[in-house]
Design a protein around this ligand. Structure first.
Ligand code: COA
Length: 707
């Protein structure tokens, strides 16, 4: 029985048609056929062109209906205006996937034609890859159906790319760097098949050990998050996302026709998923190369062996930067290295053999490190000296690497002249992780450790929060009757109650007498705020009075508020004032949740005031979230130590923040009509003393609709 799913046929097709196959070697329709033939695809190849004839020894069929065998994928290389008709032919032939290389669709504003093609294809049980792609390579089928330069090496890294030109350039680069690929998929406009579909196959593909994605914009973020969380627990996943800078984001948006999400959100959510984000293509390639071959470490402690003190210090800095822990048991370090190193060296980690070490000293120290099971990863550094025969040095590294490469992660970094650079190039081409720059090497080891912590981690299960959705909707409906898309303070209070958020006590007073009574009931000091749907920015209108400690102050403040609000807006309808408990000071934080255009429901957390406004010190997570994810979000911000307690201050109530984050995540997930909910400030007290939501703002869609 055939147990393959649809997406499997994209990577392991039984027959491939090329619609627009040409005899003219300058055309894309020729190059695709040539790559398929040269790579040695095992299935049947069907070039299609009404002119007939032969190409590269293959018969050209006049149209698809003339083909006798099964066609699982059809690669389309004809001008845009003919594509729809070709897709119809594909449907008649029961093709499973159409790969549209042709450009000229949504990326240039021709979205309607693209939508029509996809709708037709889906109605007829087909999936569409592209349009605006360079094709697909799949090692599982020995298939190179791209118009790239050819020469792809089979291997363990799968690349998914949204950019065509960059993807084609990557083919050349993988060959130059001897990086073997299990698959390479160009997803172009992502009109139908997107990263998540491709990941569904790659997560099951045994040949694939590392997945490298180049993303410009995220379309179906919630699905992608779910898929990435699953994949990153099984394989190393690296992402390069362009559009980091404001200008870059604008370029990416116009480039692909899809909006690039805000970079900080993307960054946080990738961390949530356990995905490694690379700054640039070179880092991504370095990491992919290393991760494809390195074994997983058995522990987190690394040892540096060097013949140069300076480079050892640089390596130590790099370890701190990239989160690589150094082995620190001085007694064991001494026992291990003292017998094999020159007496003038230092056995502290980094183990410094000094520039006077001979090749023999280096070899014995390297072996001592590699053979010790408590030293979980090895960083071997070398500065060129006259005491080494550089030619035999390459052999030394080769032998040691071959012997220990399955046992622990190893990186080498060599620094010196042209001869040494040549060794670096040669050994890299053999797949040995040798780097000229020590930072590149340790950044790769850091990537392995970050991914390792995530592999086999238990799946995150979002906290089950009971929210009375009907009660929440009822509050929104009442505001909708007044055609409002935001809640007034007293309504926000009611919403906070539904959500179980702890807010300061508050009483609505419609005249002075009620205000005085309310203050007495709550207890001094109190805050007074005007309540009016016509006054949104209360402070600007002079509608807020703080720290009122007596009845007299309440009376004076009430009159002052009324006076200034009337002066601010004479026709404002004032319902009264809200008398609120004055909260004790604590750490002011900001916490919110909203519907993000790319990722759907998300949660946000940061410290209040300048931390959020000037320093943009905020973290995000895709919602709903688990308790552990909420904790990770809170600890992600740079100013987290302030919550842990600095300079003798006590730890703050982090669990209280976590509870609120979970609730807000659940509410924007369950009530998709709520577009924004923000608590600013959420005052956080010492551990065990809780948190208080001082001001809650809620925005929502004025018409109820399921999005
Ligand atoms: N069925 C089969 N063959 C057809 C056909 C049909 N319905 N209609 C036309 N053809 C044939 C043509 O006769 C031609 O064959 P020939 O060389 O024997 O004359 C061949 O298909 C290609 O058509 P042609 O009109 O010559 O187009 P082209 O090769 O100049 O351009 C594309 C076609 C798809 C390459 C071009 O439209 C395009 O989109 N280029 C950009 C591709 C790109 O950059 N993609 C993104 C990469 S990341």
């Amino acid at each position: 029985m055939d147990t393959r799913t649809d997406i499997d046929y994209l990577f392991e097709p039984r027959g491939v048609a090329v619609i627009g196959a040409s005899q003219n070697s300058a055309k894309i329709g020729y190059q695709v056929v040539e790559n398929i033939v040269q790579r040695g695809y095992k299935g049947r190849i069907y070039p299609i062109n009404p002119k007939g004839g032969e190409v590269l020894g293959l018969k050209i069929y006049p149209d698809l209906s003339a083909v006798e065998g099964d066609v699982d994928i059809a690669v389309i290389t004809i001008p845009a205006r003919f594509v729809f008709d070709a897709v119809k032919e594909c449907a008649a032939k029961h093709v499973k996937h159409v790969l549209i290389i042709t450009s000229g669709f949504s990326e240039v504003g021709n979205a309607e034609e693209e939508r029509k093609i996809v709708a037709y294809a889906r109605e007829h049980g087909m999936r569409v890859l592209g349009p605006n792609i360079f094709g697909i390579y799949s090692a599982a089928a020995s298939l190179d159906a791209t118009f790239g330069p050819g020469g792809i090496l089979p291997g363990r890294v799968a690349i998914i790319t949204q950019s065509g030109a960059l993807g084609i350039a990557m083919i050349g680069k993988t060959a130059a760097e001897s990086l073997g690929l299990s698959a390479l998929v160009s997803i172009g406009n992502k009109s139908d098949i997107d990263e998540s579909d491709v990941l569904e196959y790659l997560t099951r593909d045994e040949a694939t050990k590392v997945i490298l994605m180049y993303i410009e914009g995220v379309k179906h973020g919630s699905r992608l998050v779910g898929m990435l969380k699953e994949v990153a627990r099984k394989k190393h996943v690296i992402v390069i996302k362009s559009g980091r800078s404001r200008r870059g984001a604008m370029a990416a948006a116009s480039h692909t026709g899809s909006l690039a999400g805000a970079d900080e959100i993307f960054d946080s959510i990738m961390r949530q998923c356990g995905v490694l984000r690379a700054e640039n293509v070179q880092d991504a390639f370095n990491w992919a190369h290393f991760l494809a071959d390195a074994p997983l470490p058995k522990g987190k402690e690394s040892v540096i062996v060097t013949n140069g003190g300076g480079i050892g210090v640089l390596a130590t800095d790099a370890c701190e930067k990239y989160g690589v822990d150094l082995y620190d048991n001085q007694a064991v370090l001494k026992d291990t290295f003292a017998p094999v190193m020159p007496s003038f060296g230092s056995s502290k980690n980094p183990v410094d053999l000094t520039g006077q070490a001979t090749a023999e000293d280096y070899k014995r120290s390297l072996e001592a490190m590699l053979a010790n099971d408590d030293m979980h990863a090895a960083i071997a550094l070398y500065c060129e000296t006259a005491l080494f025969d550089t030619d035999s040095f390459a052999d030394l590294l080769r032998v040691e690497y071959q012997h220990y490469k399955e046992k622990k992660p190893i990186i080498f970094s060599l620094f010196g002249g042209e001869k040494l650079e040549a060794i670096v190039r040669k050994l890299r081409a053999e797949g040995i992780p040798v780097f000229s720059d020590v930072y590149d090497g340790i950044s790769s080891l850091g990537a392995l450790y970050r991914s390792w912590r995530n592999l086999n981690a238990p799946a995150e299960v979002a906290e089950d929060v009971q929210i009375d959705v009907a009660a929440a909707e009822a509050i929104l409906d009442r505001a909708r009757e007044e055609k409002r898309g935001f809640l007034l303070a007293n309504e926000a209070q009611q919403m906070a109650k539904v959500l179980g958020l702890s807010m300061p006590r508050s009483i609505l007073a419609s005249n002075l007498d009620e205000a005085v009574r309310a203050a007495r009931t709550i207890g001094y000091p109190v805050v007074m705020k005007v309540v009016s749907k016509d006054i949104i920015h209360k402070s600007d209108a002079g509608g807020v009075a703080l720290d009122l400690v007596s009845e007299k102050e309440v009376i004076d403040a009430y009159q002052a508020i009324m006076r200034s609000c009337r002066a601010y807006k004479a026709d404002a309808l004032i319902q009264g004032v809200e008398v609120v408990e004055m909260v004790k000071p604590g750490v002011e934080t900001i916490i919110g949740a909203r519907q993000d255009a790319s990722f759907g429901p998300i949660v946000m957390f940061g410290l209040g005031g300048i931390y959020v406004e000037v320093m943009k010190d905020v973290a995000f997570r895709a919602a709903p979230i688990s308790r552990r994810e909420a904790h990770a979000m809170v600890s992600d911000i740079r100013s987290y130590p302030l919550l842990l307690g600095v300079r003798g201050e006590k730890r703050k109530d982090i669990d209280g923040i976590v509870d609120v984050a979970i609730k807000l995540g659940a509410v924007v997930d369950k009530c998709r009509d709520i577009t924004d909910i923000e608590i600013n400030p959420l005052v956080v007290y010492e551990h065990g003393q809780g948190v208080k939501a001082v001001d809650v703002r809620i925005l929502f869609q004025t018409t109820r609709e399921v999005r």
